[in-house]
Design a protein around this ligand. Structure first.
Ligand code: ADP
Ligand code: ASP
Ligand code: MG
Length: 442
């Protein structure tokens, strides 16, 4: 035990001075909480705007020369920080920060730079409030020129720098490229920063403080009061977050998983709740269900290619998938029949390349028919216990049939960790509810 906890607080947990005070109480309650990773201020109420979104807007207005709105948005951003600073009763030079931001935006910095200032300024404010050191993520988190994380350099530099400090606040969401410019992770990426910091300082635990009492067995915006998952493995979590359970960024699992550091998802507004513990395996005495959780995403298209005698044409599937891959479109699922093969892809990616891909399929594969279906969703039922349980697929299909939902695609991973069904987007919410009632509640 190193007695080190890295605590990441999300946007809603730091959206106002009163939320920041709650986070500070949590930090003080356990002296092992030595490193805090902060998000930008998020929403205080449902139609509030996240600082990150305001910053992207501000960047766009600056870029298009919309001076009036640019100044107004910049003021909105600055006003939110001003309110936090005033209520926290700290001495902070916000004017200097705002001026630097304005100057750099006008000097045409990138959208990544603009967005990163949300966590940068918030972390400086929090460091001041806690009287902790502030460490700029640009100095400890490094990307390669191709945009992937330079893991060895990052873990070494961040570890050396942070372990020398008794306490530090690190802004989430960004790092730097080899030329020193700022690069962000994808949205929600402060979760990844938290994981990188936990790994670098060899923490015993990575706490992820948010606005729900853990990973829930279904999306709370669709199912009312879904059960909290007390224990979940890294593998299950990865499946659920990849499939759409948005509580934790899908890449946040990797840095800590390699080092075996558990993640604990906790609720800033209910610190007494134990939350969800994510580790390599469940404790032996934890109650065990076959299905751990259900998640899904909308926005898929299916491209179905039909050609008689396809089965005797070697390499047909490989050639088809190669057309997608060389156009930069990863495929999600690829169910096959004897003379048909379908490729399930993200609609937004496909739409951009639609004409090229269809032309290439026609020219290179000479199919009899190509059918495109849009507005599809994928829903995954995930659980390591499904391998040893009988009749899981039958239960999934009959629950959907009873709810009157037409299944458009079925895919069961070879490790039997999940069953994924493709459905119409209009059936999405009903499918999640039907599967929750059958697979989790029963
Ligand atoms: P933060 O700002 O703390 O990073 P996020 O908004 O990124 O928080 O993630 C928390 C939100 O994720 C919850 O408020 C909830 O609405 C949503 N969510 C979606 N699916 C799930 C799930 N399966 N379990 C818990 N939360 C979920
Ligand atoms: N502030 C960033 C976002 O809104 C990153 C994060 O909150 O994790 O996406
Ligand atoms: Mg988040």
């Amino acid at each position: 035990m190193n007695n080190i906890i890295t605590a990441k607080f999300g946007g809603t947990s730091l959206a106002s001075a009163s939320q920041i005070r709650k986070a500070a109480e949590i930090i003080k309650a356990n002296p092992s909480r030595k490193y805090l990773v902060a998000s930008a201020p998020g929403k205080r109420f449902s139609d509030d705007i996240k600082i990150t979104d305001l910053l992207y807007t501000c960047y766009a207005q600056c870029k298009t020369g919309d001076d009036k709105n640019f100044s107004a948005t910049l003021e909105k951003i600055s006003d939110r920080y001003a309110e936090i600073i005033k209520e926290l009763e700290i001495d902070f030079d916000l004017e200097a920060e705002t001026k630097t931001l304005e100057k750099n935006l006008l000097a045409s910095k990138t959208p990544d730079y603009a967005a990163s200032r949300g966590e940068y300024i918030n972390s400086k404010i929090i460091a001041k409030f806690l009287a902790w050191d502030f460490v700029d993520a640009a100095e400890i988190i490094f990307f390669k020129d191709n945009g992937t994380l330079n893991e060895s350099k990052t873990f070494k530099t961040a570890g050396e720098k942070l372990k020398n400090l008794s306490h530090a606040v690190v802004p989430g969401f960004y790092g730097s490229l080899p030329d020193g410019s700022i690069k962000t992770f994808s949205r929600g990426g402060s979760d990844v920063t938290g994981s990188i910091v936990a790994r670098s300082v060899e923490a015993d635990l990575y706490e992820n403080w948010t606005d729900v009492s853990g990973m829930l067995s279904a999306d709370p915006r669709i199912v009312k009061d879904p059960e909290v998952i007390n224990y979940i493995t890294y593998t299950e979590l990865r499946e659920l977050s990849y499939m759409g359970a948005s509580v934790l960024h899908e890449d946040a699992v990797f840095p800590v998983r390699k080092a075996g550091i558990p993640i604990n998802i906790r609720n800033t507004n209910r610190p007494e709740d134990k939350g969800t513990l994510i580790s390599a395996s469940r404790p032996a005495d934890a109650p065990h269900k076959a299905v751990t959780g259900i998640a899904g995403r909308k926005g898929f298209s299916s491209i179905r290619v039909e050609k008689s005698m396809m089965n005797s044409e070697t390499g047909f599937g490989a050639k088809l998938l190669y057309i997608f891959s060389r156009n930069g479109i990863p495929f999600e699922h690829c169910p096959t029949g004897i003379d048909t093969i379908s490729v399930f892809v993200s609609s937004s990616l496909f739409d951009e390349k639609r004409e090229i891909i269809l032309r290439e399929i026609k020219n290179e594969l000479a199919p009899d028919f190509i059918t495109i279906e849009k507005n599809l969703a994928a829903v995954a039922v995930v659980g390591e216990g499904m391998v040893s349980a009988n009749g899981m697929a039958a239960r999934v299909f009959s629950a959907l049939a009873k709810a009157g939902i037409n299944i458009r695609m079925i895919d069961q991973g070879s490790d039997e960790l999940n069953i994924i069904v493709g459905i119409n987007e209009s059936d999405y919410e009903n499918s999640i509810r039907a599967l929750y009632n059958e697979m989790i509640l029963k």
